[in-house]
Structure formats: structure tokens, C-alpha cells
Design a protein. Structure first.
Length: 846
């Protein structure tokens, strides 16, 4: 009976008679696509044909234009890409398993021919011709993504930390769930099995996510690591962050997260298409996609992480879609063992349960398979509307399956004949399934139709690479922007690896304080400086801000010297670049820097790079701890307070006083000293002047007296001459008696001579005294000159005096690993060679 293509109806096979073991040719099983919105579970032992059945389902979905996201833990689903409309042996040749050929004693070519024949005949028996295969090939865009590997298409998980485009007011629960899943996955990746409610790791990371996403900020692992060390909030619940999760312990978490970045395969996680569900379901032109996420190569923790992340993304995407009753898309996971267990609670369980409960309303069908019915959480699977039960042998598998199915049926209001079912399940052949569909009145037993895809089994990574190579080349060609974006996403690893740079600061023990020098130079200023050095303008091919490691030390040193009346405290900031990894770190090489601790930033600029190699002094907490003491020693030995000293004036310069100011002050002091000395001299001389002056006065008086006497003598002599005349004339009267004493002329003459001598003596004495005054004046001038000269000279000698601090007066306030920003500019020089120059982007001068 030919296939009737009916949209919305999936041709899965034909009914099967268990008694005769015959397929009933005229009883096709056309499954209503809408029934998949209530999800399907496929169980059966290994080899029972589960994957074959699901491949059939996917092929039908593709033909119907229904997109699918497939999680492929074993590598079997990749076979969906092995469709060859012409079914030629050479089409099969690259994909056959050479071991199978050897086992059959055939050459690969012979074996490929055998396989091609099998497939041609198999398909023909189901009346599936080349046309249908071609239609399938064209119906959807089939692609294999290999998270964490570059074999297939790359997918960037970093975008999954992007702030979701959902409203926090209405979608709080979805967002919280998403955070919880992401965080659980991340913690699983680093080997922390965390209870979302109790684990402080989980709570801290979740709080960081919520804090960022509420603010619309994207996160990546590097930022996450930084925020673990320095959470952007003070409190978690009612507790202070430090109390809740002390820094020392947070460091352990940061280190563990850092191991993710440090792993060589991390780059693969950061490149490629973003994990955008909308884009995984449809191409840019609107063609449905069948997107396979191959995870066979990943470790258990990585698989858990990725699957959780993917499921959470699907939930977020789904919640942004309008409701529908039609099948909008499929999510298929081949083998869910470990992801949806009955008792344990791995991170994937919650989103899986959410999907099973909610996806229906959005038309999203979930298809799950397992060969381990015992390890499934059937409570969750009561939501599954279709059960495809394949061959099962182990009793406990059957029992558990029937328990689950029974509760699913009773949920749907139907009863289950356990005895009959038990018999049926035991009698099933390979590729024969018992379909329990809650939408059908009775269960159906059917054989799966021949898969159009070559069911070759798991492809190797190399085969995936071959399979996806043309596709990758096409992506690189048509999407240079995307390729560039991928480079940016991978800049931390890919670009950095080549140059010893990282996109994030290394994770260091919390005891090692890290600070960031402020960027004081713009990018264009940086380029200009590089151009100046190169002696002309340069055309940069690359510019980047690179943080290089340095040590910074802040200390205050108090200098006390009672004698010098010195009590000064100096603030000291020293920067010690750590440009060579193995160089011994010595504060002797440090330079003063004009920075205050308040100028420092506690986080780097965005999109900066970091030097990867750090000397042990700043990676080893103990070595780092010694640096403060070494700085104190260095300051103790080397730090002197230098004072200018004027020995003549006994003056010391004041703190901060320039040499010039000190000289001026000395001059003034000398002038004052000189003036004082001169005053003193003058005073001393004044005493002598005064004494001489007294003497002079006395002499002058004596002289005046002597001169008076002499005048009198002369007058008397005249008078006596006259008296003689007058006596003779009788006119003298009363005075005649005195004149009578002077009787003799000789006596009178003697007296006169005496008076003359007195005058002369007095005059001589005065002259002598005056000479003495002159001499004294001279002496004084001489003395003054000498004193003046002395004080003038006093300003000339200035010595340096050093005051050393006491050990207890040195206070080291902070030693930190200082990230010093530099602009690294790469340009082509005149000879066409690539050159890279770096200029400091921080303020260098003290
Ligand atoms: N629909 C089909 N068309 C053609 N061949 C099929 C089909 N289904 C199964 N087979 C064949 O049976 C083999 C085993 O089937 P399948 O891989 O689906 O088993 P399974 O139940 O998925 O086993 P496991 O649990 O080990 O994954 C396939 O490799 C293929 O050769
Ligand atoms: Mg399988």
C-alpha cells in the first residue's frame, strides 16, 4: 500500500501480528502529529529499535516542516544527515564502519555496496523511494552541533549567561528556574553537587545571576569569577556576604570556576553560534531546522551542564511563544538515563519536568527514549501521552514500566490490563513496538518503517567533522560578521593564547588584594603616543587595553627628631612593575607614584586583557604576605627624611620647604642675626662713646671756664692799666680796694699766663678725646663690617641632614597586586612587518 503523504500525520510503520510475526501491509500506522504535544516516551532494551523509531519520527516531522532540537548522547542521531536519494554504494562508502566490512570479509567498497543494496531494498519494501528521500533532505536544514568541540558546528554557551529577554515581574519563576538550572549545571561542571536551597555556593551564584539579570546585564564565566570574589552586593538574605560565605571560602569557588576557563577545551565552549533556541529551530530564511546537539564526547558533568542549559534555554524561549494546540516543534533526547532519575535530583531534572508539564500549551513535543525503565521518574512521565514500548526482558524493567504506564493511564482515566501487557511486552520483536496513546482507544502493535536515514550507528568526531566541513566553510564565507563575533567571544582564549594574554584576571587567593590603576590615557591618545615613538603616523591593525601586573604599596612614615623639632609624617606610594616573571621582586626597583588609595578602581575596564604570567610573589599567598614586611624594611633602610641644614644659622629646612625658600629664610635669619649683632656692637660702643662724650663735655666746660678766666685776666689787665690812670685821676671809687690786691704788674702777668695754659691744655685734651671718638667710631665700623660679613657668609653653607625613621614609625597601609593598564597597539611598519608597541595608560609621574 503506497504511502499517502498527509500533513500532520506521521507515517511510523505498519501494524504487526505478534502471533504470526507478520507485518500487516494494509494497516499503516499514521500517528497524529498533535498527539506529540503530550510528549512521547520510547522504552525498550538495547537494539529494540528505539532510535530507529525516533529517526522515523524526526524524518516525518521534517517532511511536515516541524523543526526539532535533538540531544544526542550516543551519537546515533547524527545518522539523520546520512540521506542519499540515489542510494549509490559510493554515497554510503565514507560512512560505513570498516570493522563491519572486515567482519563480513568484505572490502569497504564491497560492504558499501551491500549496505546500499540493503537500504534500497529495505526502503522499497516500505514503498519509500528516492523522491521521498530527496524531499526529506530538502525539507529541513540538518546540522550537527558539537558543544565543547570544533568537530561539528560550534555553539557558544557564553551567550546562555546573557540576560534573558523576559519580564522579571511576570516571569519571575521561569527566570529563577533558569538561574537555578544554570547554576546547578555550572556547579556540576566543577564537581559541586549542590542543593539549590542549602548550598551557599548555589545561593551565592544564583544571587549574582539574579542581580545581573535584573539589571539587564549579561554575564560570562570570567565576570562570574570576579563577582564571586567581589560580590556586587553586601547582603544575601539577612546575612552579610562575609558572614554567609567568607572571602576565603569564596576563593575556592572562584578557583574551581576558573578551572573551567583554564581547561584547553574551554575555547570551544565560547565560540560559534549562540545557543538561541529560535535560531536552532529555524534558519535565517525561515526554513525549519533539525538541530542535533552531539554530546557523546563530553564528560558526564559537561553533558549535565549542557543539557540543563539547553533545556533552560528552551523553557525561556518557549515562554515567549504564543500558545497553540498544533505541534510547533520537537525536542528529542536519545537516552535520558541519568537526566531524569526517580530519586536523585540532578540539575536537568527540574527543567525536564517543567518542559513535560508546560510545553504542551506551547505546542512543543518532547520525545524521550531509554533502555533503563527502572531509572526513570515515572511521576514526571505521567505527562507523557504516548508510550512506545519495545522489547523488554528484565522483569524489574517490565514491572517498573507497567507501574509507570499504569499511573499515566489512570491519570488519563484509562485502565491497564497488566497481565496481557506483560505477555505482549515479552513477545515483542526488534523494531516492533506497543504504542499506548492516551488519545487512542486501544494500544497498537506495529513495526517501524524503514528509516530513510542510513542507520549506521554512532558517527565518530572525525566523521562529523567531514560531514559538517562544507557547512562550516559556507558559514565562514557567508557570515564573516558571525565569524568575527565568534573571535570576539573567544578573544580570551584564542587571541590570548597566542600572546600570553587572558580575557580575565587570574583567580588569586583572596589574601592577594588586587586593584586596578585608573586608565588616564584614551585609546586614541595611546595610539598617538605609539605613533610618536614610531616617528610618524601609524595605522593600527589592533588596539587593546592590556593590564600588566605591578605591585603597589602605600605606607606612611613618621619622622621624629625632638632636637630638630621635627615631627613629620610622609605618605608614600610606590609602584613596582612585575614585567619579568622570574625576576626577584624587590621594592628597591619601585618608583614613587602620585596615587592615593582612593584613586584605585576595584574592577577592570570592560573588554581588557590581562597578562597571564605572574611571578610567585603575587600568586602565592604566603610570598605575597611577606611583601608588606619587605616594604617596611625597605622604607626603614632607605627612607630618610632629608633636611637642609644651615650650620651657621643652626637652621633646618621645614618639611616641604624648597631649597630656594629655605635659602630665603636663611637670608632673612642672617639679616636678623646680623642686625642683632650690630645692635649689640653699637650698644657696646655706645658705652664707650658715652664715656668719651662725658669726658669731652667736662673738658669743654673746663675749657670754657679757662677761657673765661683768661678773658677776665686780660680785661683786668686793661682795667689795671686804666686804674692806674684813673687812680691818678681819682675816679675809681669802691673797686679801688680789689685792684689794690693786684698790686704788682708781675703778679698779674703770671696769672694770665696760667689761664692761657689752662685753655691750651683743655683744648689739647678735647682734641685727644675727639681723636679717641674717631678711633672708636672706626673700630665700631670695623666690627660691624666684620659681623655683617660673618652673617652674610652664614647663608652660604647649607648641608643635608638625614633623619631616619624608627621602625615603629613605619606604617604599611596596603600592598596590592596593581593591574597597570597599557595600550597595546599593533600596526604595520614601513617594511610591512607587524609591530606591537605598548604605552602605559595610567598616570606615570609621581
Ligand atoms: N526504522 C529502522 N529502519 C531500518 N533499520 C532499523 C530501524 N530501526 C532499527 N533498525 C536497525 O536496528 C538496529 C538497532 O536499532 P536501534 O539503534 O534503533 O536500537 P535502540 O533501541 O536505539 O538501541 P540502543 O538502546 O542500544 O540505542 C539499527 O542499527 C538498525 O540497523
Ligand atoms: Mg538507540
Amino acid at each position: 500500500m503506497p504511502i499517502v503523504e498527509k500533513l500532520g500525520s506521521f507515517f511510523l510503520g505498519r501494524e504487526y501480528d505478534l502471533k504470526t510475526h507478520q507485518t500487516l501491509p494494509d494497516r499503516p500506522v499514521n500517528y497524529d502529529a498533535r498527539d506529540l504535544t503530550t510528549h512521547a516516551l520510547v522504552v525498550g532494551m538495547t537494539g529494540s529499535g528505539k532510535t530507529g523509531l525516533c529517526i522515523d519520527l524526526m524524518e516525518e516531522a521534517a517532511l511536515d516542516g516541524v523543526p526539532a532540537i535533538m540531544i544526542d548522547p550516543k551519537g546515533d542521531i547524527t545518522n539523520l544527515l546520512l540521506t542519499f536519494p540515489e542510494l549509490r554504494p559510493e554515497d554510503f562508502l565514507p560512512w560505513i564502519n570498516p570493522d563491519d566490512a572486515r567482519r563480513k570479509g568484505q572490502t569497504p567498497e564491497e560492504y558499501a555496496a551491500t549496505v546500499a543494496k540493503t537500504w534500497r531494498e529495505g526502503l522499497a519494501s516500505w514503498e519509500e523511494g528516492p523522491e521521498r528521500i530527496r524531499a526529506l533532505k530538502d525539507a529541513a536544514d540538518f546540522a550537527i552541533y558539537t558543544p565543547g568541540s570544533e568537530a561539528g558546528l560550534s555553539v557558544s554557551i557564553l551567550s546562555s549567561f546573557k540576560a534573558p529577554d523576559l519580564d522579571w515581574d511576570t516571569e519571575t519563576e521561569t527566570l529563577r528556574d533558569r538561574i537555578q538550572g544554570t547554576v546547578s549545571g555550572l556547579l556540576g561542571l566543577i564537581g559541586v553537587a549542590a542543593d539549590p536551597v542549602r548550598s551557599r555556593e548555589h545561593i551565592l551564584l544564583s544571587t549574582i545571576f539574579e542581580h545581573a539579570w535584573r539589571a539587564g546585564q549579561d554575564l560570562d564565566i570570567a565576570q562570574l569569577i570576579m563577582q564571586v570574589q567581589k560580590p556586587p552586593f553586601r547582603q544575601i538574605g539577612v546575612f552579610d556576604v562575609e558572614t554567609f560565605f567568607p572571602e576565603k571560602d569564596r576563593f575556592g569557588l572562584a578557583m574551581a570556576l576558573n578551572n573551567i576557563i583554564a581547561s584547553p577545551s574551554f575555547a570551544a565552549w565560547t565560540q560559534g553560534d549562540p545557543l538561541d533556541i529560535g535560531e536552532m529551530f529555524y534558519t535565517a530564511t525561515g526554513k525549519p531546522r533539525h538541530t542535533i546537539f552531539y554530546i557523546a564526547h563530553l564528560s558526564d558533568a559537561e553533558r549535565m551542564f549542557f543539557v540543563t542549559l539547553l533545556l533552560e534555554q528552551i523553557i525561556s524561549w518557549m515562554r515567549g511563544q504564543p500558545g497553540t494546540t498544533s505541534l510547533r516543534g520537537l525536542v528529542y533526547m536519545d537516552e535520558i538515563f541519568g537526566f531524569f532519575p526517580p530519586s536523585a535530583n540532578p540539575p536537568s531534572k527540574k527543567p525536564m519536568l517543567t518542559l513535560l508539564k508546560q510545553a504542551r500549551a506551547f505546542g512543543l513535543g518532547i520525545v524521550l527514549t531509554t533502555q533503563n525503565p527502572v531509572d526513570l521518574d515515572y511521576k514526571g512521565l505521567t505527562n507523557a501521552g504516548t508510550w512506545f514500548i519495545g522489547k523488554l526482558q528484565a522483569e524489574r524493567d517490565k514491572t517498573r514500566l507497567m507501574d509507570g504506564l499504569e499511573s499515566a493511564m489512570s491519570e488519563a482515566g484509562a485502565a491497564l490490563d497488566r497481565a496481557a501487557l506483560d505477555r505482549t511486552i515479552s513477545a515483542l520483536d526488534n523494531r516492533v513496538f506497543l504504542m499506548h496513546n492516551v488519545n487512542l482507544r486501544a494500544p497498537v502493535i506495529f513495526t517501524t518503517r524503514w528509516a530513510m536515514s542510513y542507520l549506521r550507528g554512532p558517527l565518530t568526531r572525525q566523521q562529523i567533522k567531514t560531514l559538517m566541513a562544507p557547512r562550516k566553510a559556507q558559514v565562514a564565507e557567508t557570515k564573516p560578521a558571525a565569524a568575527a563575533a565568534a573571535t570576539v567571544a573567544a578573544r580570551g582564549v584564542a587571541a590570548g593564547a597566542a600572546t600570553g594574554l587572558m580575557a580575565q584576571p587570574p583567580v588569586l587567593p583572596p589574601a592577594i588584594k588586587q586593584v586596578y590603576l585608573p586608565v588616564a590615557l584614551t585609546e586614541s591618545q595611546g595610539v598617538r603616543q605609539v605613533a610618536d615613538r614610531a616617528g610618524g603616523s601609524v595605522t593600527p591593525t589592533e588596539k587593546r587595553l592590556v593590564y600588566t601586573p605591578a605591585l603597589i604599596g602605600f605606607a606612611s612614615v613618621r619622622f621624629v627628631d625632638r632636637k630638630l623639632n621635627l615631627d613629620e609624617t610622609q605618605d608614600i606610594a610606590l609602584l613596582l612593575p612585575l614585567d619579568e616573571k622570574n625576576k626577584v621582586v624587590s621594592w628597591k626597583d619601585a618608583q614613587p607614584i602620585g596615587l592615593d588609595p582612593r584613586d584605585l578602581a576595584d574592577r577592570p575596564e570592560r573588554d581588557a586583557f590581562f597578562a597571564a604570567d605572574l611571578p610567585p610573589a603575587v600568586t602565592d599567598a604566603r610570598a605575597f604576605g611577606r611583601l608588606a614586611g619587605e616594604l617596611a624594611d625597605h622604607l626603614y633602610q632607605g627612607q630618610a627624611y632629608t633636611l637642609a641644614y644651615n650650620p651657621a644659622l643652626k637652621l633646618y629646612s621645614r618639611p616641604g620647604e624648597s631649597e630656594r625658600d629655605f635659602k630665603i629664610r636663611c637670608q632673612q635669619a642672617a639679616r636678623e642675626q646680623r642686625d642683632a649683632a650690630v645692635d649689640k656692637l653699637r650698644a657696646k660702643y655706645q658705652v664707650q662713646f658715652d664715656r668719651l662724650e662725658d669726658k669731652l663735655d667736662r673738658q669743654r666746660r673746663e675749657l670754657a671756664e679757662s677761657e673765661g678766666q683768661l678773658k677776665g685776666r686780660i680785661g683786668e689787665e686793661v682795667l689795671s692799666g686804666l686804674a692806674t690812670v684813673a687812680g691818678a685821676l681819682g675816679v675809681l671809687g669802691r673797686r679801688s680796694s680789689s685792684l689794690r690786691g693786684l698790686t704788682s704788674v708781675a703778679t698779674r702777668r703770671r696769672i694770665t699766663a696760667q689761664a692761657q695754659a689752662n685753655v691750651a691744655a683743655a683744648k689739647a685734651e678735647i682734641a685727644r678725646l675727639q681723636a679717641q671718638v674717631e678711633q672708636l667710631k672706626n673700630d665700631m665700623e670695623q666690627d660691624i663690617k666684620q659681623v655683617t660679613d660673618q652673617w652674610t657668609a652664614a647663608t652660604e653653607t647649607i648641608q643635608q641632614v638625614k633623619v631616619m625613621p624608627k621602625k615603629t614609625d613605619i606604617d604599611v597601609q596596603m600592598v596590592a597586586l596593581a593591574w597597570a593598564p597599557t595600550w597595546e597597539v599593533t600596526y604595520e611598519d614601513a617594511r610591512g612587518r607587524n609591530r606591537t608597541e605598548a604605552v602605559p595608560a595610567y598616570r606615570v609621574e609621581a
